[in-house]
Structure formats: C-alpha cells, structure tokens
Ligand binder design. Structure first.
Ligand SMILES: Cc1cc2nc3c(=O)[nH]c(=O)nc-3n(C[C@H](O)[C@H](O)[C@H](O)COP(=O)(O)O)c2cc1C
Length: 353
C-alpha cells in the first residue's frame, strides 16, 4: 500500500488504542508503550498507529495519556519508532484533542466521570459549553483558543516527523474535539465555526492544512471520522463523504472510517464488520482511499475487504491485543508466504502451515 512517499508491506494495520499508561512525566511514553507497540510490528503489522496522543495537555482524555506537546515526549518516542522500523513496519501516531471528553479517569479506574481539578484533572474546552453526560461542563473555545488548537496540531505533527513517524492520523472521531465541532449536537456556535456544514468542518480543515504545511509533501496524513452519530439530527454519513472530499483537497490521503462516540445513549448495531459499509461509501462517493475498522478479526473477512475493494486498508484493534501475531497467523491461514517473521523465532515459525 503506497501513500505519498510511504510504502507499507501489507494492508493490515494496528488501530490506535489508548493505554492510559503514562507514569511519572506527563505525556511521555514508557517501556509499556515500547513493548505494546513493538509487539505488533514484530507480529507482522503493516503499520502500527500509536494511541490518541494529545497535542495539548488539556487535550488528553485521561492524565495517563501520551502527548506530543513537547520535545521530551517526542524524544521518548524515538526508540519505539526505531524498534517498529527494525521489524519492517511503518510507525504512525494519532494526533488528538479530547475536548469535552478530556480529564476523565482511565477506563479501568473504579472512579468514572471527570477527574477533579484538584486531583490532577483540568478544565475542559469544547465548541460550546455543552457537557457530555456524566462529565464536567466545558468552556467554549474563543478565537484565540481555536488558533491555539490549530497551532498545537501542526507543532505536534512537526515533532512526530522529527521523532521518525512515517504517518500521522488526525483524530476527528469518537466524540473528541474535532468531532464535537463537526456534529450539530455538540456544536451550537454562531460564528464561522458553527452552523453550516462548511462552518462545522472549518476547524478540521484548518487543522489538516496546517499539518500538511508542517509535515511537507511526502508524509501521509490520515483522518479518522465517526461516519455517523447513530441518532437523528446528528452527524451523518453524507456529511462524512462531503468533508472527506474537502479533507482530501487539503492534503489528507486516507480516511479511516469509524463511528459513534459523541452521543452517550446512541443505539449502535455492533457486529462483525459493521462499519465497513461506511468505509465503502466514502471510498466510492468521495473517491478517497479508506480504512475499514471495527470487529474485523477473521483473516478471510479482512482479505475480502481489501481484495474486493470495500476499503484499501483494514485496521484492527482488539484482534491485535488478543494476538500480536495476528498478521503472521492470518498469512498462514490464507496460504500466503509472509517473509517477515522474526528470524530469532526461526525454530518456531509462526507462518508454519
Ligand atoms: C483499548 C482500546 C483503546 C482504544 N483507543 C482508541 C484511540 O486512542 N483512538 C481511537 O481512534 N480509537 C481507539 N479505540 C478504538 C479502536 O481504534 C477501534 O476503532 C475499535 O476497537 C474497533 O476495532 P476492533 O473491533 O478491531 O477492536 C480503542 C479501542 C480499544 C479496545
């Protein structure tokens, strides 16, 4: 799979997954991240995309999230990227701002909802002062705040390139800040960033342009959308198609199509490959390469998606957590010769049939 100057060895990539595992220094990767991300590269993934990584401290989901708002964080990513490269995989990072869904306890914490400011949390920001159920009410961003967000995405992308990442993904899904601007349910602004589709998409498009300027012409830029809010009056697949076209015009190379996350109570018909039709629709109607994601864990299902043109790339999350060797095992199941198993394990080839 080739995007701009990057060629990736296969089309089965690791979807970004928060680990909530930062320990002492805010946003700085630890040995956990090295082993976690490195294991997928060793197991044969084409590209490994690191978790939602905050572009500003207040853009973290939890206090334990990774960040790229300073050089210490970028430097700590280097050995992780070097290891991923040593295994023949490409390294990516998802750049994120959590907006009103920031400052929360990590998923397995006995506490839920917002972390109080006096316990390591922070005041959150959003397009409008509308709380996500169960979380603190955010402050609406003013013009200076919006400009700061755009600059922070660009600066983080620049640091990502310096650290050695091969691609960046903009997180505009799952109810986080950029999705909050896109969806009329969370964006009640009456200025140039709210109202019409053009206005709701303005921040995302300005972020993409700023990132493209920051990373230069060679580096692929992906955008993750939630294709739908899954409720009437919410963000829709047709809007996703239109904004994908505009995103491509601004220099985005591939649209990663997820769904949901902005409406706590939305009824989502989860099942194997349930988001694939959205990726296909964006691919066909916007003419942009897409990644399909969501409950794709069977090698034949994954193969069918890329072989029949339903999407260009398959991203998997939990299948990799369960088995970091998923791609090598998939290659064996499909009868393919994958020549990238670790030589150190030659006495126990994962691809043995
Ligand atoms: C532990 C965990 C953490 C996740 N963190 C992120 C994240 O940081 N960014 C994101 O866009 N999606 C995140 N997701 C969603 C996954 O990227 C993926 O879209 C979702 O799990 C569906 O794919 P799967 O069925 O292959 O796991 C996370 C999922 C899991 C299981």
């Amino acid at each position: 799979m080739t995007l701009r100057s990057l060629t990736v060895r296969n089309r089965l990539w690791v979807s970004p997954m928060c680990q909530y595992s930062v320990e002492r220094r805010d946003g700085v990767p630890t040995p956990w991240h090295l082993v976690h991300l490195g294991s997928f590269a060793r197991g044969g993934a084409g590209a490994v995309i690191a978790e939602a990584t905050a572009v500003l401290p207040e853009g973290r989901i939890s206090p334990q999230d990774l960040g790229l708002w300073n050089d210490e964080q970028a430097d700590a990513f280097r050995p992780i990227i070097e290891f991923i490269h040593s295994q023949g995989a490409a390294a990516g990072v998802q750049l994120a701002h959590a907006g009103r869904k920031g400052s929360t306890f990590r998923t397995w914490s006995p506490d839920q909802g917002s972390v109080p400011v006096d316990a390591g949390g922070w005041e959150t920001v959003a397009p409008s002062a509308v709380a996500f159920p169960g979380y603190a009410t955010p402050q609406a961003l003013d013009d200076a705040g919006i400009a700061g967000v755009i600059r922070a995405f660009a600066d983080a992308a620049r640091r990502a390139v310096t650290a050695g990442f091969d691609l960046v993904e903009v997180h505009a899904a799952h109810g986080y800040l950029l999705h909050q601007f896109l969806s009329p349910l969370s964006n009640h602004r009456e200025d140039a960033y709210g109202g019409s589709l053009e206005n709701r998409a303005r921040l995302l498009l300005e972020v993409i342009s700023a990132i493209r300027d920051a990373v230069g012409p060679g580096l692929p830029v992906l955008v993750r959308f939630s294709a739908t809010d899954w409720v009437p009056d919410g963000w829709t697949i047709d809007e996703t198609v239109q904004v994908s076209r505009w995103a491509a015009d601004r220099g985005a190379d591939l649209v990663d199509v997820s769904s949901g996350g902005n409406v706590a109570s939305a009824p989502i018909p989860v099942g194997p490959g349930y988001q694939v039709p959205f990726a296909t629709q964006v691919r066909e109607q916007a003419g942009v390469p897409t990644a399909a994601v969501g409950m794709i864990s069977d090698p034949f299902q994954a193969e069918q998606i890329v072989a029949t043109g339903l999407a260009d790339v398959v991203l998997a999350g939990r299948a990799f957590l369960r088995d970091p060797n998923f791609p090598l095992r998939a290659a064996a199941a499909l009868g393919l010769d994958a020549d990238f198993g670790p030589q150190q394990y030659h006495r126990a080839p994962i691809t043995a049939r």
